[in-house]
Design a protein around this ligand. Structure first.
Ligand code: GCB
Length: 679
């Protein structure tokens, strides 16, 4: 049989290389070089409470091979691909790869952070790990990966385990049948290519870190195990909590014990016909809050296993334009972040990375972090739980994506579900965000409403949002008139520029002594579906740039005028809900001192004007300026200033504080409190 195949192969070679091919023959030739793609199964349902399971880490040193032609897959290689892991035995075997001698990388870690040659690379890279393990007959063995960007194919001992598309979120496969006693080989292909239908889409203002960017564990469970469990306070009744539990199989009558030793709570439940427990329990815990981030040990046991976690109890809700934590009105004093550690290139993934980020961010006197624009590893919310910071978590539905593509919707749905399933017990997480700056359309509404209903089905105890774009062209034309009126009033404006401003006003029939203020009313229809109206705005940074050519006024003049009019800008929404300003900011290179843009002084000035403006708008109940730390961005090439960093950070990549840092810290400490005894 094998000989017949080899003979046919050789014959085909001869034919292909000696004949001029017709198109039919060409397609035969193509299918000869590439085989039909095998089926790559999807991951299993997510396993929760991972940190209390029986786990063996596969973190550490791995080898890697870059495969720009995607030739290592079994379906694309004539020789069976890399999963075969052919080994040289006699020195006569033709093998063109070798994982044993290949370069090494630390996992978790992004190959485009660790290997300079791969900095801008987008494509497949193979990651290889040998490990010793003896599977136990009475247990199931799972492979758990906390995050892998963005398409991941997994092989164990040469066999296909499966594929996951999406990136950033955890997934697991049951792998018992692929394992053998002793040495096992795990081979993972990660591909960080993004395209129009992926999530995120092709163009983003952050780095497409590629590779395995979260913990890799072997996890052992009983054959019937507790898949996940959820314990959260009922926002409508603070002495009542929802307790939901799901078994891995639809097994009814399973005995489950829930214990909270510190509260002397112990109760037994039986699973229903679907293998679920869905109960309300009565407890009176001390409530979690930023000033008192109290966590309780929780133990859940079945007849076969026991899982545990530390969980905090709090409520979060909105009522009209106000936000309430534990029924006390609060403001979100926030900062936005990317998942990149201080002083270390690449993505953040570990407990240390996030503790360091959050502890440093706490010097801003914040109580809230917007974890933009994609899920970080579970260590973020764990650190926030302990440090008392409220969190906004988000999926990478960013700018314009393929709203009508059902595959794209599947990827995003999967991301939001996995994020919620993983972090549903974290008291720190108070906001789920489904999107950032997505242009209006009916297909976008359908898409985002689907994501919102996925959240609602799993977790109804938190706020939902999306960072919206708002302001029509018409509205922004009014800003031109407001700037022109200010230009006429301001003594420092040159006579030449005053003449231009006069003519702009005359054309619009606006008398030069009018009193016009600029106002924006957020009316994105998605506002109806979310709890928190979040809005990104860039007054003082981008917005003037749009007008300078059209007005024939220098950008310097317009920037100065913008600072003058900003304190009177009104931001409201048509919804009776709190507004959160999810972004504002300006680029500044640390150590660059001048009165020009990119200086620390310009950024600090912009913060002062922004904060004055925002504090005068009563519907605004939260802010998270952009951004805590300078982060890697391919859209930012300016040599000497950006060098492929987005420079809107309040600290630079090494942790140096820019002037604006203190401006924000002072605002949060002294100027933006709720004037009520409940503060
Ligand atoms: C935005 C985006 C954010 C960018 C930021 C910027 O509106 O939401 O991802 O990085 O602006 O710096 O331009």
């Amino acid at each position: 049989m094998r000989d017949v195949f080899i003979l046919r192969t050789l014959l085909s070679f001869a034919i292909i290389f000696t004949l001029n091919l017709s198109s039919k023959e060409q397609s035969d030739a193509d299918s000869f070089f590439g085989r039909e793609a095998p089926v790559y199964p999807a991951p299993d349902h997510l396993i929760g409470w991972i940190d209390s399971r029986q786990i063996f880490t596969l973190n550490g040193e791995w080898s890697y091979i870059v495969d720009p032609m995607n030739n290592g897959l079994p379906e694309s290689s004539f020789f069976g691909g890399f999963p075969k892991n052919k080994i040289q035995k006699t020195g006569m075997e033709l093998i063109e790869y070798n994982f044993e001698t290949a370069s090494k990388i630390n996992i978790p870690g992004a190959w485009n952070a660790e290997d300079e040659k791969l900095f801008f690379y987008r494509g497949p890279v193979w990651l290889f790990k040998k490990f010793n393990y003896v599977p136990k007959k009475q247990l199931l063995t799972h492979l758990y990966i906390e995050g892998s960007n963005f398409t991941t194919k997994i092989f164990i001992n040469g066999l296909i385990v499966g594929e996951f598309e999406g990136g950033y979120v955890p997934f697991n496969f049951e792998i018992s049948k692929y394992l053998k006693d002793g040495e096992n080989i795990l081979l993972v292909q990660t591909d960080n290519t993004l395209n129009q239908s992926s999530v995120p889409t092709q163009k983003t203002d952050w780095w497409p870190w590629g590779g395995i960017v979260g913990d890799v564990y072997i996890v052992e469970t009983p054959k019937n195990f507790i898949q996940n469990a959820y314990l959260q306070l009922n926002p409508k009744n603070l002495s009542n909590a929802f307790f939901n539990l799901e078994m891995s199989k639809e097994l009814s009558g399973q005995r489950i014990v829930l214990e909270i030793p510190e509260l002397q709570f112990k109760k037994e439940f039986l699973t229903n016909a679907d293998g679920f427990v869905r109960e309300n329990i009565e407890i009176s815990p001390q409530l979690w809050s930023p000033t008192d981030p109290k966590l309780y040990d929780i133990i859940i046991s079945s007849n076969q296993e026991s899982i545990s976690d530390e969980i905090g109890f709090r409520s979060i809700k909105v009522d009209g334009p106000n936000i309430y934590l534990n029924n006390i009105e609060i403001k979100f004093k926030g900062i936005a972040m990317h998942s990149e550690p201080i002083g270390i290139p690449g993505p953040a993934f570990s407990k240390d990375h996030f503790e360091n980020l959050l502890l440093t961010a706490k010097d801003l006197n914040i109580n809230f972090v917007r974890a933009a624009h994609y899920p970080y590893t579970r260590h973020l919310a764990r650190a926030a739980d302990k440090l008392g910071l409220m969190l906004w978590e988000e999926v990478p539905v960013y700018w314009n994506i393929d709203w009508d593509n059902s595959e794209t919707l599947n990827i995003a749905t999967n991301q939001i579900k996995r994020l919620v399933q993983r972090d549903q017990n974290r008291a720190s997480v108070v906001v789920w965000s489904v999107a950032n700056e997505t242009p209006l359309s009916s297909s976008r509404m359908r898409f985002l409403n689907t994501l919102l209903s996925e959240i609602e089905a799993i977790d109804s105890t938190r706020l939902t949002t999306a960072a919206l774009l708002s302001g029509s062209e018409e509205q922004f034309k009014a800003l031109v008139l407001v700037l022109a009126l200010q230009g006429i009033k301001s003594s420092w404006v040159s006579p030449k520029e005053k003449i231009i401003f006069q003519s702009i006003l005359a054309q619009a029939n606006i008398p030069i002594d009018s009193n016009l203020n600029f106002s924006i009313s957020i009316d994105d229809p998605l506002g109806k579906s979310v709890d928190l109206i979040s809005y990104n705005e860039y007054f003082g940074w981008y917005y003037v740039t749009f007008f300078t050519e059209q007005m024939m006024i220098s950008e310097g003049t317009l920037r100065k005028l913008m600072f003058e009019v900003m304190p009177n800008i009104k931001i409201s929404s048509v919804f009776n809900k709190p507004i959160h300003i999810s972004e504002f900011g300006a680029g500044a290179k640390y150590g660059n001192h001048s009165n020009k843009i990119w200086s620390e002084e310009y950024q600090a000035q912009l913060y002062k004007h922004q904060l004055e403006m925002l504090s005068k708008n009563p519907q605004i109940k939260g802010i998270s300026p952009w951004v805590f730390k300078d982060f890697r961005a391919m859209l930012r090439p300016l040599p000497g200033i950006q060098d492929f960093y987005n420079r809107k950070g309040l600290i630079d990549e090494s942790g140096n504080k820019k002037l604006a840092f203190e401006v924000l810290a002072d605002f949060y400490e002294n100027k933006w409190n709720i004037e009520s005894p409940s503060n």
